[in-house]
Design a protein around this ligand. Structure first.
Ligand code: RIB
Ligand code: CA
Length: 313
């Protein structure tokens, strides 16, 4: 049996490739459930997109849940300008077959963690942290079942991508991020400082298409759509492929390196709302609470992703 994980996500083209990467590695990752959260697009679309990905992968053994439809305090902000109206524009999706589970996603997270062995489950978060924070607030005892939370979010030397200081996942729900970062649970973070070193260039997209399967065609179409916003914004060869870094870390941790430092979240309104404030040089007496990754073997990352996507239908 593989490493038991939950994926909390707001698909999102980059979420889609992360989820497909996990679904392609059942011998390594026991994916006990996918929980959708409002983020890139509203919850009715993120939950539908998660179900579309289970359909595409053929892994109908993996249940999909809907979690929270809005952040804990702030009004929801979304990113259709990046991801399109559906959230996974770039591919002609067939009708969705996989059903949505009736149980609320937050309650599924709680039940899974409470019934788990101590330190058993890895939480993989690809979107705003609303569901995870709500689970920790509603049932603090569920933290005992968490081995580690591996998150895509934040930025420091790279700054922000939604404001000059804030990355989207953290900015959508900075209060939830504060709850998670203050929880004491072991944290590993994939911030913009690392994802901006992993660009979905045309050559890398071509390698995915060359796998010759429907999954490869879907991913290439999504990435081509996803690229247009960031290529124009950054003048780069391709968009940073953020979310698959979380799953790639579980499959091949040697692709990544970083430093364990204190990370705190700015929750006050103003220029730095949603900033991940990292004490990288130890200027405070704060205890290090998060392994922040900032180096990646980008070619190795795309080789791992491409090979696994080729395993799917
Ligand atoms: O800032 C990038 C993150 O925000 C990614 O997870 C992307 O999918 C969006 O959720
Ligand atoms: Ca995401």
């Amino acid at each position: 049996m593989g490493h038991p994980i939950l994926i909390d996500t707001d698909p999102g083209q980059d979420d889609a490739l992360a989820i497909l990467l996990a679904l392609a590695a059942p011998e390594r990752l026991e994916l006990r459930g996918i929980i959708a959260v409002a983020g890139n697009v509203p919850l009715p679309l993120t939950q539908k997109n998660a179900r579309r990905l289970v359909d595409l992968s053929g892994r109908n053994d993996v249940p999909v849940y809907a979690g929270c439809s809005r952040p804990m305090v702030r009004d929801l902000i979304t990113a259709e300008n990046v991801h399109g109206h559906s959230g996974v524009d770039g591919y002609d999706w067939p009708d969705t077959q996989t059903p949505l589970q009736d149980q609320h996603g937050v309650d599924f997270i709680i039940d899974t963690l409470i019934s788990a062995q101590e330190d058993e489950i890895t939480l993989c978060t690809l979107g705003p942290l609303t569901n995870i924070a709500m689970a920790l607030v509603k049932a603090p005892q569920c933290a005992r079942g968490i081995s580690e939370i591996v998150m895509m979010g934040g930025g420091f030397f790279e700054g922000g991508n939604t404001t000059p200081t804030a990355e989207f996942n953290i900015l959508v729900d900075p209060h939830a991020a504060h709850v998670v970062f203050a929880s004491g649970v072991p944290l590993t973070l994939m911030p913009l400082d690392i994802t901006h070193k992993a660009l979905a260039t045309p050559e890398r997209i071509a390698a995915i298409v060359a796998q010759g399967n429907e999954t490869g065609r879907a991913c290439a179409g999504m990435l081509s759509y996803f690229n247009r916003h960031d290529v124009e914004k950054y003048g780069s060869e391709g968009a940073p492929l953020h979310d698959p870094c979380v799953i790639a870390y579980l499959l091949k941790p040697e692709l990544f390196s970083g430093k364990k430092v204190p990370v705190q979240i700015e929750t006050s309104d103003g220029l730095t709302l949603g900033m991940t404030v990292m004490d990288w040089w130890g200027t405070t007496s704060e205890s290090p609470n998060c392994m922040v990754m900032n180096q990646i073997d980008a070619d190795g990352y795309f080789d791992l992703l491409t090979e696994h996507l080729g395993r799917l239908p």
